[in-house]
Design a protein around this ligand. Sequence first.
Ligand code: ZN
Length: 671
Amino acid sequence: MKQVGCNEVDKSMNEMEEFDYTVEQFADLQLLRYKVYGFEELSLKQKKLIYYLSQAALQGRDILFDQNGKYNLLIRKMLETVYTEYQGDRTDVNFVNLETYLKRIWFSNGIHHHYASNKFVPGFTPEFFRDALNSVDALKLPLGKGETVEELCEEVFPVIFDSEMMPKRVNQADGEDLVLTSAANYYEGVTQKEAEDFYHNLKNPDDMMPVMFGMNSRLVKEDGKVQEKVWRSGGLYGQAIDKIIYWLDKALGVAEDAQQKIVIEKLIRFYKNGDLKDFDEYSIAWVKDLDSRVDFVNGFIESYGDPLGLKASWESIVNFKDLEATKRTEIISANAQWFEDHSPIDPKYRKEKVKGVSAKVITATILGGDCYPATPIGINLPNADWIRKDYGSKSVTIENITHAYNEAAKGNGFLEEFIYDPADIELQKRYGELSDNLHTDLHECLGHGSGQLAPGVKTDALKNYGSTLEEARADLFALYYLGDPKLVELGLVPSFDAAKAQYLHYILNGMMTQLARIQPGKDVEEAHMRNRMLIAMWCYEKGQQGEGEPVIKKVTHDGKTYIEVTDYERLRELFGELLCEIQRIKSEGDYEAGKTLVETYGVKVDQNLHNEVLKRYSNLNIEPYSGFVNPVYKPVMEKGEITDVKVEYTEGYKDQMLRYSKDYSFLPSVN
Ligand code: ZN
């Protein structure tokens, strides 16, 4: 997966558009809107398919809330009731801060920051909240059987107000029990050791086609026995999963071709019985489904929310192929073997035969679960290594999302604030969007799929450092090739200047500007951020060695820090060297070396620089995180039949969230 760096883009597009990309700003967040270009031109059958899949994409929202923390649904429902029913002074500072708190919870799908994973500090008092809860109709509150408001407060208030309780959703601090200290709801009553032992014992080292053990369940200790509660119809989250199945079944009736039918059927079967072998079968069918225009992801996919990297959060994204822009990624995937053969890594870790790298540029039509409101800009699935090796993978660049970011960032002053040389600013304006999209293409289409493991090495050998190192590997592959003359030869970039734009931007982000996302005094924790910092800081340090000028310089003008790249060709070599080492670490499962790399370069923050970045950012009034409001799809009905589907862009953030909470809530408050 690839996530956007920061809201730092400022790129000129030729077309002038009237579409309003911005929705609202609060806390450290900015809400945007994306446009579904080309939807009107799709066939009625494709529109129906998208409509049904979009419904399926919204049904699992509460699953993610519960996965992110045991009390999330309960707290959200309490807040929503007060928010909609409260008759007191709605301009009171307590109420205003309650609104902000609720908006942040909607955005994060829980009470912890979606990215930094630390618990929000509410800006209202327990006394206010207690009085407000007592003032509304108790029937509308999520009270248990016979439970009083007082008892509900007793149970939940420490979770909201006590900063010591459940402080982090995902704890990655080296040396602590990562399971016990993470608030994510993937384990209950088990220690890290017990969880690791449980899954270690399930594994058969000789199995060449291992399922992803633990991916779709909560691990609990009941009656002294460690066991899984599987997420499936009739199991944990069954009420929401049944709704997903209902809409998938509708989609089945309008599938584009036989292969897509198989995909949907297999996914339904997996949701019904929770068998991981069925999930692998579904994934293989999905990789083979290349001809349909409409495509989707719906399921338990990414494991960033689990400190052990096993349990997958629920997400969905529905999309259709952007035929014109896909020509670009087709050129890249047609040359996949060339890129693999020339990769600057130990030849024994190159793939002899790159299989089925299919890449496309897509237009997202709906974002759900862990893709909403904050969303990736590129995806490469499936995650199972053996399926990728034997069947290949599908890689996408989500261009209507990146375009929305770029449009919304136009003229926000970021480039002028953080880049000193006007020629460099010009380079960003000219090549920023192009090189960003190409970076995503290369990262997703080739980066994640490149390389191979040494015989006998397990894919999870890097444990809690696995995600960071994997993202670094994909980023480095993309960075290295962005500057390759081959890209000019293939007609993808006009010159090395496109790479220069991306290189400066990447190093600047990794060393400085992404720090805007971190609270003062905190270290870097999120996998993608650690990856970017690791790459930038490693290159910075290595670039100081040897004769001549440093490759990367930190310089000061008028008391402000700037990053200067003095030798782009040498920087490209450094990317290649680090790629070689990280590929070796992954291929050999060298946990200690991986840990040392991440801990040395990707975690610790320079406090002075951090404070400076925060100050400069706040002066610009740019929020460091963005997310998206979905469009609304409305079927046009005639005599009980759908004759068309209309897409509307008018729904606001609060209205959408409250509507989703009303229409797509199927789970108990505590699961
Ligand atoms: Zn990635």
